[in-house]
Design a protein around this ligand. Structure first.
Ligand code: AMP
Ligand code: MG
Length: 599
């Protein structure tokens, strides 16, 4: 019988299991020094007999604990131990124990025992013992360390139980390949798969399918430095100069030619200020007074700071240890002439603008900005600023959609509010498609009676209706009207924003020519239990903050109704509970997507 285990840490946990007498501890006693020698830092957790004790009767700490201290911490300057009385029914809980470790300085946790948990493990097996294999009952076995004569199915990873180096190689490879348990994140493309219109998809599948349909814009605009903000470069920005332009001093001090030994005294021959130069060769035994940023004259390769030099009557003597080349910045050490300072496909932010300006560049080729047409649908939807009719709501979606699109650098075409009629919707779709690279609507994609988008779309383009296994934002329509991409987002305002962030954002960035964009995910500590239904990705509106322990923590904004925009206003992130990670307990790691830059 196996017991479900979820790793609460953001680093790998690897078990070692075997029948007793196989030599688990013997192997670990050899493996640990081998891994240490390779610089792998580890913690070990071991399951012990119920009445084990690390303390000795008669010691003060033992007696105080026996006298009733629930926790006893003994410490010296080399080691400390915390003993905690935690009598409980059944086995100790590994996730709880793992959370007690200080994980800042370790790369992996090795676990001995806890055989029944669904924990990735290496099985140790010695044929001579005549014991059965564990892997036959446990599909968490990653590799089997056994003897030469053991017969194993070819698909299992086989290690030599007597070859500690080989097992250490495996552990190192395991660490480097390990990823937190989260499924929908990387945006790598997969081949297009045929999806029927009624299918139910994971978030990952939805994103992959969408990205496969997006052709980046290739048309370019020539823009000046001042128009470059948030545009995507269509060609590498090649530096026309070295930065810095010349070798220059990193200190106020004295410049001279290094030699070994150095003269006890130099003759001061001149002074170089920033923006000026000293045009003569500085000879052996000579020095110049030089300021920070001033070009280093010919003959000078080393600068001694002023504090470590004594100048008197035209002579300078130096003190302390001096290394050849110290305090001289080399020409091109930041950016070399001819090198790409910023790559094609990069969206230009504030720092990149400063950098390109520092290279003296003034004119750039960028991709044309995507044009996106937006409309809202529904007879109940009213224009803000007008009187609210009874049984109606103001149009929130079009404004959050437009604002987010603009932050993503798109040019927005506003098609207003379209009534619930097939003809009006079909007309809006065609108008949008004729002017834009992408059309986005909200509302009308669920199964309500007045949801005409489907039939309208069927007339003008090629559209799929998906149920995405996520909350909020389950219904999503996606397709094409000629070459124009179409997103039919749900009606509920929070679902709209979540769908924009998860699906429209990657598509729009790809369309805009941006390369290598990935959503940002950060591990945070859940301040409360967070629940999701298995098989569904939950996007909980969250507030992350720095805890008193110096780590990022996150809590939910509270009620999660998909119409409650106020929850989105309070939130600064989405907490992503992936479809393979049903429950997160308080104190465990939850992954968050901060969205402050877009929302
Ligand atoms: P629908 O998918 O059209 O059934 O809409 C689902 C819910 O979202 C309904 O309660 C709608 O009233 C609401 N809704 C639809 N469009 C908008 C909009 N533009 N702004 C705010 N709420 C909307
Ligand atoms: Mg509607």
């Amino acid at each position: 019988m196996s017991i479900s285990f979820t790793n609460p840490l953001s680093l790998p946990v690897l078990g070692f299991c075997a029948y007793s007498g196989t030599g688990k501890t013997t192997l670990l006693k050899k493996l640990i020094p081998e891994l240490n020698r390779r610089g792998v830092r580890m913690a070990v957790v071991k399951h012990a007999h119920h009445n084990f004790d690390v303390d000795i009767p008669g010691k003060d700490s033992y007696e105080m604990r026996k006298a009733g201290a629930k926790q006893m911490l003994v410490a010296s300057h080399v080691r400390w131990a915390l003993m905690t009385e935690d009598a409980r029914e059944g086995d100790p809980e590994l996730p709880h124990l793992l959370k007690q470790l200080d994980t800042d300085n370790i790369d992996i946790v090795l676990v001995e025992g806890f055989k029944k948990l669904t924990l990735p493990k290496i099985e140790l097996h010695r044929a001579a013992h005549g014991k059965p294999f564990i892997y036959q009952q446990d599909d968490n076995i990653q590799a089997i360390a056994c003897c030469d004569d053991t017969v194993l199915p070819a698909e299992l990873t086989r290690l030599d139980i007597n070859n500690v180096e080989q097992i250490a190689d495996y552990v190192q490879q395991y660490i480097s390949q390990w990823r937190p348990q989260i499924t929908h994140i990387p945006l790598a493309e997969v081949p297009a798969c045929e999806l029927d219109s009624s299918s139910s998809l994971t978030v990952r599948q939805g994103i992959d399918h969408i990205l496969n349909q997006v052709q980046p814009i290739t048309a370019t605009d020539a823009v000046s430095l001042d128009q470059l903000d948030n545009r995507v470069l269509a060609a590498d920005a090649i530096s026309p100069i070295n930065v810095p332009q010349q070798n220059n001093s990193a200190m106020d001090g004295y410049g001279f030619a290094f030699s070994d030994p150095l003269p006890t005294e130099f003759t001061l021959v001149g002074e170089v200020l920033a923006g000026h130069s000293y045009d003569k060769q500085v000879l052996a035994g000579e020095a110049v007074r030089i300021m920070t940023g001033a070009p280093v004259p010919a003959g000078v390769d080393t600068v001694q700071p002023r504090e470590l030099a004594h100048e008197q009557a035209g002579k300078v003597s130096l003190e302390g240890k001096i290394k050849q080349g110290q305090n001289v910045r080399q020409a091109g050490e930041d950016i070399a002439k001819g090198a790409a300072a910023i790559n094609q496909g990069q969206r230009i932010g504030v720092a990149a603008q400063g950098l390109l300006a520092s290279l003296g560049m003034a004119q750039f080729d960028v991709y044309r900005r995507p044009k996106v047409a937006v409309f809202s649908s529904g007879d109940e939807v009213c224009q803000p600023g007008e009187a609210l009719k009874s049984s109606c709501i103001f149009d929130a979606n079009r404004y959050s959609i437009k604002a987010m699109l603009r932050r993503l650098g798109a040019e927005v075409i506003d098609l207003g509010i379209i009534e619930d009629s097939e003809a009006a919707l079909a007309q809006a779709l065609l108008t949008g498609a004729s002017q834009a690279d992408m059309v986005i609507s909200s509302g009308g994609v669920s199964v309500g009676d007045a949801d005409y988008i489907k039939t309208a779309l069927a007339k003008v383009g090629e559209i799929n209706f998906w149920r995405i296994n996520m909350r909020p934002g389950r219904p999503l329509a996606f397709g094409k009207i000629n070459d124009c991409l179409f997103f039919g987002l749900p009606g509920n305002p929070v679902a709209v924003m979540v769908s924009l962030l998860q699906f429209v954002q990657p598509a729009l960035r790809k369309l805009a020519g941006e390369q290598a964009w990935q959503p940002q995910l950060i591990a945070a500590i859940a301040d409360q239990p967070l629940r999701s239904r298995s098989g569904r990705t939950e996007f909980i509106r969250g507030i992350y903050h720095l805890g008193q322990d110096g780590r990022v923590h996150v809590r939910s904004t509270g009620a999660q109704g998909s119409g409650m925009l106020s929850s989105m206003v309070q939130a600064n992130c989405l907490i992503v509970i992936a479809d393979d990670n049903a429950n997160i307990n308080a104190g465990e790691i939850a992954y968050i997507q901060p969205f402050a830059d877009l929302v």
